[in-house]
Design a protein around this ligand. Structure first.
Ligand code: ATP
Length: 353
């Protein structure tokens, strides 16, 4: 089921939680909504589910305008943290719930409900636990029951709000892999909300990066990591350093001095810009036209070493100090207070004015 979100605005007491959001979700895609707290992820998911109505704009399911359809009419399955399992029902009763409450005309016969519950238990790998109550399950198992319950109604689209939020790191990782396999097997269109970028980049076909009620960028993990479209996405996804620079004749200068890189024919030849680069995209070099400064901290990060460098060189007296983070070879003799020079090998300039 394709889902089209068309110029959606959602206000809460005049506050725009979503502002002119448009997005095309293709049938069978696994989509992550990623963004900081308050960026509007849950609001967008609730609008797709039909739990809330947009202030402006439309949501289409296929060619059909679903904006004013109820949750039941939309036939979506969702797992929201606030909709926990029913504690007084067994696992099997929880999964069967959505079918049992249907009006008699559309309710499947009892035997068919039993079969569907058994199939779903098998699918979420919980066969044999059907008579347990939620408090007799682990967090990961409960989460899988919640998914089975959402799937029971054979939804056209599956919506998951922080599906692994409250779980420990190891279980999260396992469930992540499991959800990807589950999605590939069932082929459902799935949208999940997360503020964990690793989860979004690893799991999703496409990531929707949100900030302050707007979509900043939509793309694959490679797109948003390697080709961030805005300063926000560059600094939000992965590690990066940002510097205010000036352009003179197409060359990039920091604190008035050339740093050995150019604007590559993009944007204006002169003016102001923001330079972004990642810690691993630098090369150490002893050159006058490079960035340089003193090592203020150094830390081991798994297989790499990250040095923090103060590149203000005393020139920012009274102003803002400029610290950047760069990756240094594990065997490089980097000591606190030492001088280091380097150049970015990959970077992005965002022009101002
Ligand atoms: P989080 O990661 O913290 O869950 P989020 O990206 O999902 O955040 P939303 O829950 O969509 O963000 O909230 C977006 C904005 O809308 C926030 O500023 C929030 O305070 C506001 N908001 C959400 N729901 C309501 C509501 N029912 N009434 C008033 N304001 C709301």
């Amino acid at each position: 089921m394709d889902v089209t979100i068309n110029h959606i605005r959602k206000e809460f007491a005049r506050f725009p939680a979503l502002n002119d959001v448009s997005l095309d979700i293709r049938s069978g895609e696994l989509i992550a909504l990623l963004g900081p707290s308050g960026s509007g992820k849950t609001t967008l998911l609730r609008l797709i589910a039909g739990l809330d109505q947009p202030t402006e704009g439309k949501i289409l399911f296929g060619d059909e305008d679903a904006s004013h359809r109820t949750v039941q009419e939309r036939n979506v399955g969702f797992v929201f943290q606030s909709y926990a399992l029913f504690r007084h029902m067994t696992v099997a009763e929880n999964i069967a719930f959505g079918l049992k409450v249907r009006p008699s005309a559309t309710r499947p016969p009892k035997a068919e409900i039993r079969k569907r519950v058994a199939d779903l238990l098998d699918m979420v790998q919980l066969t044999g636990l059907d008579k347990r109550y939620p408090n007799q399950l682990s967090g990961g198992q409960r989460q899988r029951v919640a998914l089975a319950r959402a799937m029971a109604i054979e939804p056209r689209i599956l919506l998951l709000d922080e599906p692994f939020g409250a779980l420990d790191a190891k279980v999260r990782k396992e469930l992540r892999r499991w959800l990807r396999e589950f999605h590939d097997r069932t082929g459902h269109t799935t949208v999940f909300v997360t503020h964990d970028q690793e989860e979004a980049l690893e799991l999703a076909d496409r990531v929707v990066v949100m900030s302050q009620g707007k979509i900043e960028q939509v793309g694959t993990a490679d797109d948003v990591y390697d080709r961030p479209g805005s300063p926000f996405v560059f600094s939000f996804i992965g590690s990066s350093s940002e510097l205010p620079v000036t352009l003179a004749g197409g060359g990039v200068r920091f604190n008035g001095r050339p740093i050995g890189i150019g604007a590559a024919g993009e944007g204006p030849v002169d003016g102001k810009a923001r330079l972004f680069f990642r810690p691993q995209d630098v090369v150490l070099m002893d050159a006058a036209d490079a960035l340089s400064g003193k090592v203020t901290a150094c830390r081991r990060l798994a297989g790499t070493r990250i040095a923090e460098i103060d590149i203000s060189n005393g020139e920012a007296k009274g102003g803002k100090p400029h610290h950047v983070e760069i990756e240094v070879p594990l065997d490089a003799p980097v000591t606190l207070g030492a001088d280091l020079s380097f150049r970015p090998t990959r970077w992005r300039l965002f022009f101002e004015g």
